[in-house]
Design a protein around this ligand. Structure first.
Ligand SMILES: [Zn+2]
Length: 246
């Protein structure tokens, strides 16, 4: 399927400035994504048929490392697997702006400076709307627990470690989630809630593993909310005017 070729310069900037830091891509994820993007969307093709040895050769990694990278890209919704057979894989490769659509819109509407980096650790992220929005933006428009896409009207903030267990209002403990997960989780700890979602088949095994890793990263302070003076890049690559929020 042929599609319009994107602006490669803009795509490159969005990969470096937004996608890699937002998705916490490591070098192999990044190499795999860029290689697949280069052979699909930059050639005007929406989907790409490829084999794992071909990808591994192209990015100078072992086949197993390439396979792990592809698995993570699928988990992060950067790739949509259309077909997987002995003949190879067919995947839709998403552009950075498609992966981060909600995130980019929120960044475009945010004021220039909010919280100094030094005070980030002490900040109460329930204190102002901008801080609360930063937590929602960090999750990229998806429920932290069940990964469901969220509308602004159906999302809320939740404490990964409940308040009753001394959970704080830090960015290391607050997450954006759907109303259903918020109600179901109650006083449960996040790791237990993830396992209950897996048992209820709302998360796959690989999604569960990914969520548990995200929870560790959250507690370790690796999931910084996108505040311009802290974690977000100073400039947002241009978006179409029609997609900006008032
Ligand atoms: Zn949810």
């Amino acid at each position: 399927m042929k599609t319009k070729k994107p602006n490669a310069e803009l795509v490159w900037k969005q990969v470096d400035d937004l996608l890699v830091p937002r998705l916490r891509m490591d070098v192999s994820d990044r190499a795999a994504y860029c290689y697949l993007l280069r052979h699909s969307r930059l050639e005007g093709k929406l989907v790409l048929r490829f084999s794992m040895p071909w990808l591994a050769r192209g990015i100078c990694l072992s086949t197993s490392a390439a396979r792990r990278a592809v698995r993570r890209l699928i988990e992060q919704k950067a790739l949509r697997l259309v077909e997987c057979s002995t003949a190879g894989r067919v995947a839709e490769v998403l552009l950075p702006e498609e992966i981060l659509a909600d995130h980019l819109k929120e960044m475009a509407s945010r004021p220039a400076s909010v919280v100094p980096r030094a005070s980030l650790e002490e900040e109460d992220f329930l204190r102002t709307k901008i801080l609360r929005e930063a937590i929602h933006a960090r999750e990229g428009g998806r429920c932290f627990y069940c990964l469901k896409r969220l509308a602004a009207s159906s999302r809320c903030l939740d404490h990964a470690v409940p308040r009753s267990q001394w959970g704080t209002n830090s960015y290391r403990n607050l997450v954006s989630c759907c109303l259903e997960c918020n109600a179901q989780k109650g006083q449960c700890r996040a790791e237990d809630f993830f396992r209950s979602l897996f048992r209820d088949r709302k998360l796959t095994e690989s999604e569960l593993a990914g969520r548990l890793r995200a929870l560790d990263a959250l507690a370790a302070g690796k999931l910084l909310p996108p505040l311009p003076s802290a974690a977000a890049p100073p400039k947002t690559p241009a978006l179409p005017a029609s997609s900006r929020r008032a």
